[in-house]
Design a protein around this ligand. Structure first.
Ligand code: KG4
Ligand code: ZN
Length: 341
């Protein structure tokens, strides 16, 4: 098994990105992502529109991934797909496609937990990127999740804390919406934040016990602040967009870093990995880099293409499971709520 070359075709369709990737062992040969623009005008993901777009995208995206990898489907060793968590209609498209292709090609089928994949994306071999050793702490920060996970082994994980309400990506997107920015607003808040004064407008940090998070209070205080200020000055947002975004970003990064510091203290583990869409954020990337010098942490920050949803991260889990011959049969179904174990 060790010396065999394994080609995995991976499919991701849990939310609003249709993605397919081909991996040769632990290396990415191709990673094609079709991002659905249709949701922009609605200010958030519309589930029914997402499933329809996945239906349209899935065949061309898979063809592109195979072509870019220069791999014929007859060479594939297995198909890996996102089983959950995610939107049911979206998951169904990838799940049904993967099941059919596995049946048609008579090759094994591998189910993947999307959140585990965000964490295990660090095991994709890439030049200038190191691979974590166990145990390490992973903070998954996305549009649907905010978790601190103790990773004891590839498939032995324990959630130490998570958000009790909104996910951090949601906090970014909802703040952006209050500011009149289009969906997804996270990257835009990040862009403006880099030009502003982080101390301009102080926002309160929530008091949440242990390693759990809460972001709904922050969203409300931003809403009230903006309502108050725009009453006095209708141009308040446009005149202060950089400072507002910098202040929001500063508060969010502080919340995340405070909990990570607490997790390090509690576990004694100083190896920290991040994953999920918000790990593309310049503020969190910088804060983690600073933590290496300040507190002697070893940090693992994903390459940009592996931060937001992509199939390469599903593929690496496929490879790791393939080595353990951890396959599923045709009775497997999509799982909208799928907790990491
Ligand atoms: O992991 P992901 O692609 O999808 C989910 O599984 O949710 O994460 C998407 C989230 C969105 O909320 C988006 O606004 C946020 O990641 N995001 C960012 C940045 N890039 C993406 N948030 C803050 N700063 C960024 N640079
Ligand atoms: Zn994700």
């Amino acid at each position: 098994m060790e010396n065999k070359t394994i080609y995995i075709l991976a499919i991701e369709s849990s939310c609003d990105d249709t993605s397919a990737a081909v991996l040769c062992n632990n290396k990415t040969l191709s990673n094609v992502v079709a991002t659905q623009k249709i949701h922009e005008e609605y200010g958030g993901v519309v589930p029914e529109l997402a499933s329809r777009a996945h239906q349209q995208n899935i065949v061309p995206v898979v063809h592109q991934a195979l072509a870019k990898a220069n791999i014929d489907k007859k060479q594939l060793s297995a198909i890996a797909f996102t089983r959950g968590p995610g939107l049911m209609g979206s998951l169904l498209v990838g799940t049904s496609f993967a099941k059919s292709l596995s049946l048609g090609l008579d090759i094994p089928l591998i189910e993947v937990n999307h959140m585990q994949a965000h964490i295990l994306s660090h095991f994709i071999e890439e030049e200038n990127y190191k691979i974590p050793s166990f145990p390490f702490l992973a903070m998954t920060i996305s549009g649907g999740h905010t978790q601190i996970v103790l990773v004891k082994d590839h498939f032995d994980m324990e959630i130490l804390g998570e958000s009790l309400d909104d996910a951090v990506g949601e906090a970014y997107d909802k703040s952006a919406k209050i500011l009149g920015l289009p969906y997804p607003g996270g990257p835009l808040v990040d862009k403006y934040a880099q030009l502003g004064n982080a101390k301009a407008f102080p926002f309160p940090k929530p008091k949440v016990d242990g390693l759990n998070f809460s972001f709904s209070g922050l969203k409300t205080s931003i809403l009230y602040f903006i309502q108050r200020e725009t009453k006095n000055n209708p141009n308040f947002i446009s005149e202060n967009i950089n400072d507002i975004c910098a202040s929001i970003q500063y508060t969010i990064i502080n919340i995340l870093m405070d909990k990570l510091k607490k997790a390090v203290k509690q576990t004694g583990i100083k190896q920290i990995a991040i994953g999920g869409g918000v790990s593309a954020n310049s503020g969190i990337r910088q804060a983690l880099q600073n933590a290496e010098d300040k507190w002697g942490w070893t940090t693992y920050i994903p390459k940009f293409e592996y931060c937001t949803d992509n199939a390469a991260m599903i593929g690496i889990v496929g490879y790791l499971k393939y080595k353990e011959l951890n396959f599923v049969d045709q009775s497997v179904t999509a799982k909208a709520r799928y907790v990491i174990e």
